[in-house]
Design a protein around this ligand. Structure first.
Ligand SMILES: [Zn+2]
Length: 213
């Protein structure tokens, strides 16, 4: 597993000029090639499963796109992802009369390691203002846990609302990828511990096909 990952990251370093979606080498100044961008635009309408809104299914190409953005510190790829999100996300905020946007926080340790919180970065690129809750626990990467119970354990009490008054507010939680939803559910637990929001919606760039609210 580790070896496979290592080989993959070496490959990614060598072929970093490739479009993360189709893997063809890309000579223009964008990361996502013109054809893939057009295709993503076409496919990326706002969809929902109950109160979870999303644009894409988390398939291999979207996985590479997010991984490139997060792990290779390509902030400029974030601009291209934000361009795909901006319109549908803003229309959701308008349509639902959202009062507070809350990006899913990452721990301080992870932020130091990565250099930025990818969700905050995307919101900033979209020029959407947001408030913050905190991640107090240095959790393991969720992808390491296939088992739902283990995921819940890992994320248990990871978040802290340091004094945001959410009473009667319509909240939109924003994440890049929702897989099982256990991170979101734990965050909602914290948000509803001391206050009673009017409504909570979730927006993520992508959602896994196994996700059930
Ligand atoms: Zn492409």
């Amino acid at each position: 597993m580790i070896e496979k990952k290592f080989v993959q990251s070496i490959k990614e370093l060598i072929f970093s000029q490739r479009c993360p979606i189709c893997l063809r080498s890309n000579s223009d100044s964008h990361y996502i090639c013109f054809e893939c961008y057009r295709d993503l635009k076409r496919k990326g309408s706002l969809k929902n499963i109950e109160n979870y809104y999303y644009l894409y299914y988390y398939d291999e190409s979207i996985k590479r796109l997010i991984a490139d953005f997060k792990l290779k510190n390509r902030k400029s790829l974030g601009k291209e992802i934000a361009l795909l999100m901006k319109k549908p996300l803003n229309s959701l905020i308008g349509e639902k009369n959202v009062d507070i946007v809350l990006p899913v926080p990452i721990s301080k340790a992870r932020e130091r390691e990565r250099g930025f919180n990818q969700v905050e970065e995307l919101l900033e690129e979209c020029e959407i203002s947001y408030e913050k809750v905190y991640r107090e626990k240095n959790t393991e990467h969720m992808y390491k846990f296939l088992n739902e119970e283990k995921r819940k354990e890992n994320i248990y009490k990871a978040f802290q609302n340091k004094g945001l008054d959410l009473n009667g507010k319509t909240i939109l939680i924003v994440d890049d990828i929702v897989t099982t939803g256990s991170t979101i559910k734990e965050m909602i637990k914290e948000l509803t511990k001391k206050s009673t929001p009017k409504q909570i919606y979730i927006f993520s760039f992508a959602v896994s096909k196994i996700f059930k609210p």
